[in-house]
Design a protein around this ligand. Structure first.
Ligand SMILES: Nc1ncnc2c1ncn2[C@@H]1O[C@H](COP(=O)(O)OP(=O)(O)OP(=O)(O)O)[C@@H](O)[C@H]1O
Length: 244
């Protein structure tokens, strides 16, 4: 049975992660409905990457549950993993491999059949503009190209959900533009949570803002609400001082 259009596809339910006595995130809860693009905003060290690792099943929370498409990411790992495309902060890249061998390896690991893998490789290489560097060692690629290889692996199995940790970090303005265009195209068919601290990025691609500070959610609303008064930067400062 198909789920209703607005059902929650990404769910953080009371997530906390402790390192010793230090709480990297505390009681983080939010839901992203199908088809929404949500920006996960917050200053350095706020807890964005930790939350995303919990949502993708890469890190077990101390408390709480993460669900993707209704599947608990730890207890129903395979079903959840099929639905998730994850771009980690520093890329899951094997430096000695080429984009070609890395993407082929990732596709095979995810169980894509021969023809399906070929079709998907053609698609991601075109969408992420990797043609010129396809046979070059990943270690020799610029930061921007490495980021695109990371995007390509996230898209490879055509997942319904994309969790992108700072997809435009370290890119030049042209590359930022290309990645934003790609995300906008993908948003037509996918549910996306992307972390950033770039406010223009939020306005350019997202409809919703989930704001984290000191490991706690301090704002959850529309981009229009975040930009109320015409000044998102002022709101950013307000949220990171009054909540301190
Ligand atoms: N393995 C770890 N051990 C101890 N503390 C950690 C660990 N991983 C993260 N932290 C701490 O948890 C907090 C949240 O880190 P996290 O990487 O989630 O923040 P972030 O919002 O993604 O930051 P940035 O925008 O700088 O990437 C930080 O204070 C960080 O130092």
């Amino acid at each position: 049975m198909n789920k209703p259009e607005n059902s929650a596809v990404i769910e953080a339910i009371g997530l906390s992660k402790f390192y010793g006595p230090f709480a990297a995130i505390s009681d983080v809860s939010f839901q992203i409905p199908r088809g929404q693009v949500a920006a996960f905003l917050g200053p350095n060290g706020a807890g964005k990457s930790t939350t995303m690792k919990c949502l993708t099943g890469f890190l077990a929370p101390t408390h709480g549950t993460a669900k993707i498409g209704g599947h608990d990411v730890l207890e129903d790992r395979m079903a959840a993993a099929k639905m998730i495309g994850y771009l980690p902060e520093n890329g899951p890249l094997y430096a000695e491999m080429t984009p070609q061998s890395f993407l082929k390896y990732m596709g095979e690991a995810r169980g894509l059949k021969r023809q399906q893998l070929k079709d998907r490789l053609d698609y991601v290489v075109e969408q992420c503009a990797l043609g010129g560097v396809y046979g070059k060692a990943i270690s020799k690629l610029s930061k921007g190209y490495r980021q695109r290889v990371g995007m390509a692996q996230a898209l490879l199995h055509d997942p319904e959900v994309l969790i992108l940790d700072e997809p435009t970090a370290g890119l030049d303005p042209n590359q930022i533009h290309q990645v934003r265009d790609l995300i906008t195209r993908l948003s037509e068919t996918k549910t996306i949570l992307l972390s950033t601290h770039i406010l223009q990025e939020v306005e350019a691609i997202a409809g919703r803002v989930v704001f984290i500070f000191n490991g706690r959610i301090v704002f959850d609303g529309t981009v229009a609400e975040m930009a109320a008064g015409g000044d998102m930067e002022a709101k950013f400062r307000e949220l990171t001082t009054t909540a301190a």
